[in-house]
Design a protein around this ligand. Sequence first.
Ligand code: FE2
Length: 292
Amino acid sequence: MTLASPTPQSPSTRLQFNEVQFKTAFPRQPFLMQHALCGNPLFSLESLIELSKRLPPSKVEYNAGTIDIDMHDKLTPQTGLSVEETMRRIETCRSWMVLKNVEADPTYRALLDACLGDVAHLSEPLTPGMRRHEGYIFISSPGSRTPYHMDGEHNFLLQLTGSKKVSLWDSMDRSLLSEKEIEAHYGGAHRNLSYQDAYAAKAQVFDLTPGLGLHFPVNAPHWVQNGPEVSVSFSVTFRTPAIDKRAMLYAANGRLRGWGLNPKPVGLSPLRDALLHNTVRGLRKLGSLTGR
Ligand SMILES: [Fe+2]
């Protein structure tokens, strides 16, 4: 996929979009954009090692990077290395690592907020109420792979070092991603999905190199193949009331399906969605009042 020319902006702008493309494609379609974060010292190896020490251990996830595209229902293999060893040996240790919720650190929070500020002036007229700013930093060895999965946030993945090939699918194609799988995701299942080779023909493939970023539509299944160098990328994400409402509806449909019912897919009937949303909110409120 090729990149549309960005609209001329001030050089201090961190994220650079082609505004016409953004207004046409966001939030349903993937598209490439540019950013000016390459060379930022916050993404040097030493800074990232220090950050990994400041984050709670639960926010540092890492495992072997030489894994299958389909890791659904499989345990991801570990490497036996520590966090710091993994980062220092990232060039050769065939690992994949993510530092999660880096907004917990004030310096990274400031950068994340600045990036999302660049998004907000374009996204707010389309999907208002930007909230829950969250940042994730991915550090991975040459040739490592992120298995086929989906995410529930608005996401821009910014490539800082090395290259990645992202294969991405339409979140609305129910021949690839069933209502049941989406319901399971919002019911707390692991993000990895079941992959079939036949899906490849329907993928959109994006090549990410330093200075480029990619918009991932909410729920769009994807897997990622690293290039032949160490890769560092920064994922800037946010939520809106609209996607939080859909998340609640999918989780509720999953409960209904678990009780033997066959609920209408989310989005088919706005009236039914509104009634279910109000019911779930009412039950949650009641639960919080009664302490259940
Ligand atoms: Fe992802």
